[in-house]
Design a protein around this ligand. Structure first.
Ligand SMILES: NC(=O)c1ccc[n+]([C@@H]2O[C@H](COP(=O)([O-])OP(=O)(O)OC[C@H]3O[C@@H](n4cnc5c(N)ncnc54)[C@H](OP(=O)(O)O)[C@@H]3O)[C@@H](O)[C@H]2O)c1
Length: 226
């Protein structure tokens, strides 16, 4: 049975991916502050805290050391006006969106290589090019560019191994991420992709044939650029 570790499988895209994986008889480990649905095992962890990540790594080494896939999916928006962003908000967004996934990979790197495991980093089209719709998202864009840079570095290192890293530039999808961050309730669901559709694509990526390498992929709604 394949074991997949997903950060942020308690909600949104991570949860949809967890559902698809469970349906496909995979063992799913969620890393987040709240639990996911029954059928998923949970490691309670606030990814903004180093001690929590270190503890999660210890649990993985003890209980799930044979994992096959790590999906870095957790993120926050860190929404604030450009002329009034607090240091605290900036720092928290960096910790969750950039430092946590890259630190997690670093701490698990030897196991990733040993297990010939694959890594998926969930990025955003907001770290590909500038376009309207990113107002008040300085921290989000900057931190996701940081994740992109880290993905480049790690995927080059992994080329010497049997593991792979796929950086996913994800376009907008139905989610409560913005609502949770600053109360912006999504009302135009039809304009955004469905997490369940995206989960099927990610499921394919985490089961990619061994001889194939996809380093980066952009997934977007038909006709949309960003
Ligand atoms: N929504 C979009 O339109 C969109 C577009 C492009 C890319 N993305 C990317 O897709 C990914 C998933 O987004 P989503 O919309 O599915 O988000 P979401 O519904 O808000 O879910 C975010 C997940 O991250 C976890 N999380 C948040 N803060 C955390 C913390 N401090 N420690 C541990 N886990 C934490 C949450 O779990 P807990 O609250 O239980 O901790 C939750 O499971 C993100 O990387 C996002 O940047 C989203």
């Amino acid at each position: 049975m394949k074991t997949i570790i997903i950060t942020g499988a308690s909600d949104g895209l991570g949860k949809a991916l967890a559902e698809a994986c469970v349906k496909n008889n995979m063992r799913v480990i969620n890393i987040s502050r709240t639990k996911s649905f029954s059928g998923v095992e949970n490691i309670c962890c606030d990814l903004s805290k180093q001690e929590d990540i270190d503890r999660a790594v210890e649990i993985i080494k003890e209980k799930y050391s044979d994992f096959n896939v790590l999906v870095n999916n957790s993120a926050i928006v860190g929404y604030e006006p450009i002329n009034n962003i607090s240091y605290e908000k900036f720092e928290r967004t960096w910790k969750i969106n950039t430092i946590a996934p890259l630190y997690l990979i670093s701490k698990l790197y030897d196991l990733i290589v040993k297990n010939e495991a694959d890594v998926l980093n969930i990025g955003t089209t907001h770290s590909q090019h500038a376009h309207p719709g990113i107002e008040n998202q300085l921290a989000y864009c900057a931190t996701k560019y940081g994740l992109r840079g880290g993905s480049y570095n790690i995927s080059m290192e992994l080329k010497k191994t049997k593991s792979r890293l796929i950086h996913v530039y994800m376009g907008g999808f139905q989610s409560r991420m913005h609502e949770k961050d600053y109360g912006n309730v999504m009302t135009d669901h039809e304009n955004w992709m469905k997490p369940s559709d995206l989960a099927e694509i990610l499921l394919y990526l985490v089961n990619l044939p061994k001889g194939i390498e996809i380093s980066e992929i952009t997934i977007n709604r038909k006709g949309r650029r960003g």
